[in-house]
Write a protein that binds this ligand. Structure first.
Ligand code: SAH
Length: 215
């Protein structure tokens, strides 16, 4: 691994953003440089968002670490990701739920509305074999509607911000005992489904995300 990437990961550990061993291991295994456009390779290990075109960004490493730690993904789980963008987070989650791509374990369904980004993510994730092994799947779809074909999900994570609250349909498509981690306005919401129509909500303030575009 590049020394600069090791430095980035060590600073995320030191600052308390990366905590769990399986999440830290997945960050190490999935090199961010494989998910940024060629012109930004030199900046891949900076703790900043970078352009991936179409007015979208690969998220800041700090934010991806923070949100995956809140999500608490486990091996064998089925997770819906809304707005897969570069596919970096998709690949990190794939590693965690499948234990390095072993098939017939967990599954990540990534939804992306921009055709070219779907292809970009597939190419990037493909470098790690998760698509061939059917651990990761990217679908061109409006994530604000969730994805009923594969529901219910153990967990749902979004990379683009809803206004006011998360779409109600995400809560319906979540298993009881499951969790949503999603940006809403300038915050990250953590929503736990504790009963059929019962939810607990926590809010973490002070983030910046691209908007969830409906339709
Ligand atoms: N974690 C990703 C973040 C990408 S930015 C990464 O690090 O690369 C958010 C993504 O959400 C963008 O690719 C954008 O096109 C997508 N998006 C926005 N609204 C969407 C919607 N309604 N359905 C699916 N994808 C959406």
């Amino acid at each position: 691994m590049a020394a600069e990437y090791e430095n980035l990961i060590n600073s995320l550990i030191k600052d308390g953003f990366l905590v769990r061993p399986e999440i830290t291991e997945a960050f190490r295994a999935i090199d961010r440089a494989d998910f940024v456009p060629d012109e930004f390779k030199a900046e891949a290990y900076l703790n900043v968002p970078l352009s991936i075109g179409f007015e979208q960004t690969i998220s800041q490493p700090l934010t991806v670490a923070f949100m995956i730690e809140l999500l608490e993904p486990k091996i064998g789980e089925k997770i819906l990701e809304i707005g897969s963008g570069s596919g970096w987070q998709t690949a990190i989650l794939s590693r965690i739920v499948s234990h390095n791509g072993a098939s017939a374990l967990g599954k990540i369904i990534g939804l992306e509305r921009v055709d070219e980004l779907k292809e970009f993510a597939e190419k990037n994730i493909g470098k790690y074999g998760f698509i061939g092994k059917e651990v990761a799947k990217i679908i061109k779809s409006d994530g604000s509607k969730g994805f009923k074909e594969e529901a219910p999900f153990d967990r749902i994570i979004a990379g683009a911000a809803s206004k006011g609250d998360v779409p109600e349909i995400w809560k319906k498509q979540l298993k009881i005992g499951g969790r949503i981690v999603a940006p809403v306005n300038q915050s990250v919401f953590v929503i736990d489904k504790i009963g059929k129509n019962k939810y607990n909500k926590k809010e973490y303030f002070g983030f910046s995300f691209v908007p969830l575009v409906k339709g």
